[in-house]
Design a protein around this ligand. Structure first.
Ligand SMILES: [Zn+2]
Length: 447
């Protein structure tokens, strides 16, 4: 596919506002059908040669039959986007897909360019190009495009169920997540191609205290509200222990040669004798760095009395836990119960375990991702890392031990901050290199 067709395909997808909502009735009717139609228009060979399976919702699952019968590969992306805050100061309107200059070079501006329609186009354009060349992959390739990732919906799970029923045990699964990240570490100018090998699990706990309630003119001491308040304070004062998971140690080792001298020494020491020191330094370096080193606990929703003159008979707080690999829902539950003591009860509202760590060192599939990156982004250093955010790919850990999270696009710090915010943009050059990356990956699949 030539450059202009690839750019026009992304622009066409961005112009269709596929905003997913928790309540299906508020999703604009027909909007996903319009997106599907744009895909069919822009990628005719893909639609002609690949088998389409509808697994539910507005998701698309394509099968590209390979020449060999080695375990299949799944390339994922999602078709939906998050809503646009009407007040946000977008330089160019969010759904106009304007092509204009940006600090990173000429770019396509709009909601979804990075998250995640760039990947949809990257994958589809690579397939379209290879089909035009008469290429057939060495093994089956499935394209799984969910339609409700941003609302933690069910379509990715439906794709997993379909593949499991069809007896497909993928060699590896690739979804959004990391990127070719520039300016990710202070003093480091080398871009890091960070590939997520695990993601934190999101679990909601409820802290609850109950009592007699009654009229606000005759309060008793230590009622439900006070007890929940004590529990919340206790949780805030007792963070989970900090540590450095293995992928973070690997990242620091790979980063070290590119870091300024004093930092280089510290990073090289990761995993060794100085690990506790490094971990403490990270934990103290601000909320973002700290989140790398531990399971985090954020108290979010509080509720108590329904009226100003009523003493609550029940008070609750929701604790949003992001569980780092190594901890479990049960171990975090134990921590919370211990910290809260007899102030309140702690229960699990919605469990979510962290994803297991996919293999990287010495692994042939990870090595293929590294080799593909070296070919298309020779300036970048590929490395595993642990993702803070959740992706649809977590569902695939049930049928595959190699789940990688990486979008092959260069992203500056400002671009990464624009995701779910305003001025989201992908450079034209970055989009084209992403297509090259997916094409090189597909060509490189072994029999
Ligand atoms: Zn996304």
């Amino acid at each position: 596919m030539e450059t202009s067709r690839i750019v026009e395909a992304l622009r066409a997808l961005v112009r269709v506002p596929t905003v997913s909502r928790r309540a299906p009735e508020v999703v604009e009717p027909g909007v996903f059908a319009r997106l599907h139609a744009e895909l069919a228009t822009h990628f005719p060979l893909l639609h002609e040669h690949l088998e389409l399976v509808r697994v539910g919702g507005d998701a698309l699952l394509f099968r590209w039959r390979g020449t060999g019968d080695g375990p299949a590969v799944v390339l994922m992306a999602h078709l939906d986007v998050v809503p646009v805050d009407g007040e946000a100061p977008w330089t160019h309107p969010a759904f106009d897909a304007v092509v204009a200059d940006s600090p990173e070079g000429r770019a396509i501006w709009g909601r979804g360019t990075l998250d995640d329609k760039g990947s949809v186009v990257g994958v589809c354009a690579a397939v379209e190009r290879l089909l035009a060349e008469g290429f057939t992959p060495a093994r089956d390739v499935w394209l799984s495009f969910g339609s409700d990732e941003e609302v933690s919906g069910t379509t990715a799970q439906a794709a997993v169920d379909h593949l499991r029923d069809a007896g497909v045990a993928p060699w590896f699964v690739l979804d959004e997540g990391g990127a070719v990240a520039g300016g990710a570490f202070p003093g480091v100018t080398t871009p890091m191609a960070v590939v997520g090998v695990s993601e934190k699990g999101t679990t909601l706990f409820e802290v609850r205290a109950t009592g007699r309630g009654g009229h606000s003119s005759t309060p008793a001491r230590n009622g439900p509200t006070a007890r929940v308040a004590r529990a919340v304070l206790a949780i805030d004062r007792a963070p989970m222990p900090a540590r450095l998971p293995a992928p973070a140690v690997e990242l620091f080792h790979r980063l070290a040669p590119h870091a300024p001298a004093p930092l280089r020494v510290a990073l090289s020491a990761a995993g060794g004798r100085l690990t506790p020191l490094l971990t403490r330094a990270l934990a103290a370096a601000g909320p973002e760095a700290a989140a790398l080193t531990r399971t985090t606990l954020a108290t979010t929703m509080l509720s108590g009395s329904p009226a100003p003159n009523v003493i609550a008979s029940t008070a609750t707080a929701v604790v949003n836990a992001r569980i780092l690999v190594g901890d479990t829902v049960a171990s975090v539950h134990d921590h919370l119960r211990r910290v809260v003591g007899d102030h309140a009860e702690v229960s699990v509202l919605e469990p979510g375990e962290p994803s297991p760590v996919s293999p990287y060192a010495g692994d042939p599939a990870f090595a293929l991702l590294e080799a593909t990156t070296a070919e298309v982004f020779p300036e970048a250093v590929p490395t595993p890392y642990v993702m803070m955010a959740a992706t649809d790919s977590r569902h695939f850990t049930a049928i595959c031990e190699r789940v990688y999270r990486f979008a092959p696009f260069p992203m500056s710090k400002a671009q990464r901050e624009a995701i779910h915010s305003y001025d989201e943009r992908l450079t034209v050059e970055g989009l084209l290199r992403g297509v090259d990356w997916y094409a090189a990956l597909l060509r490189g699949l072994p029999a």
